[in-house]
Design a protein around this ligand. Structure first.
Ligand code: FES
Length: 119
């Protein structure tokens, strides 16, 4: 099982292939935001990678990061935990002023993922 480390929160083992956003919330117990419900629309699920950044990204992730001019971050709703990763949770419910983190994302990546090099 891959290991997920969230800086400041410790390391947990997660089911192989689990959506990173769900692993951060359910396994690492970090209050990460996912305002659009994991559909690559909001960027509130963004994380900074310290180690193990995936070489591939979904077309949807690339489009939304580009359109918002976001650099140095990845969308945890568009990534599967298929290897060890260390991330920094930079977008959390705490301190956001939001009433809730957003709808729970589906078990697998939405929209239907098409992977490309992160470039
Ligand atoms: S982009 Fe909205 S939850 Fe990932």
């Amino acid at each position: 099982m891959p290991k997920l480390t969230v800086e400041g929160f410790g390391t947990v083992e997660v089911d192989d292939g689990k959506r990173l956003v769900l692993a951060i919330e359910q396994d690492a117990k970090v209050d990460i935001l996912h305002a659009c419900g994991g559909n690559a629309r909001c960027t509130t699920c963004r994380v900074e990678f310290i180690d193990g950044e995936p070489e591939l990204m979904t077309v949807a992730e690339k489009q939304v990061l580009t359109s918002k001019g976001a650099t140095g971050v990845r969308l945890s709703c568009q990534i599967r935990c298929d290897h060890d990763m260390t991330v920094r949770a930079v977008s959390r419910l705490e301190g956001s002023g939001r009433p809730d983190p957003g709808g729970t994302p589906a078990p697998d990546i939405t929209p239907q993922p098409e992977f490309i090099p992160r470039g």
